[in-house]
Design a protein around this ligand. Sequence first.
Ligand SMILES: [Cu+2]
Length: 184
Amino acid sequence: MTTRRRFVQAGGGLLAGLALPPWWRALAPSADAVEIAMRSDQLGSKVWFDPVGVLVEPGTTIRWVVKENVHTTTAYHPRNGHHSLRIPEGAEPWDSGFLVHPGDHFEVTLTVPGVYDFFCMPHEAAGMVGRIIVGNAIGPGAESFDYFVSKPNPEDWLTVPAAARRVFPTIAQVLNEHIVHRTP
Ligand SMILES: [Cu+2]
């Protein structure tokens, strides 16, 4: 991976201005994946995603990688333990399951524009959440945390815990900064 990334970067400089062969584009998606680290201090008293917010183009692959501790990346979606819907209506929810070793990773490629909020299953109440904006800040994830409460069918959706609400970067912040880092 490191070798290929170097090759791509070096090649981009060397070959600037030349017509690239068709296979060249096929290399790009993996090299361009946006990485989100799954972090923890030694005691596990602080847990977080870094970056906590990213703005990407549709079709971008997001790769979550464990650095310390045990985590999941799980989309806010009713299919994931009755959590509220905070990803676009037409998007597939994801749940990585437990990633237990440093270096364990999980990838999704996000094609539907909108806001995607996600959490770590064991650490949501500790505020381990993050936000991805794909293209435009639209969809349920752009609504307030309690948008569904007054609707006719709130079902048995869970509300977002207070500690998590405080951690999400605002949509404006993600749109302005593109990458919002977090060090609690
Ligand atoms: Cu976690």
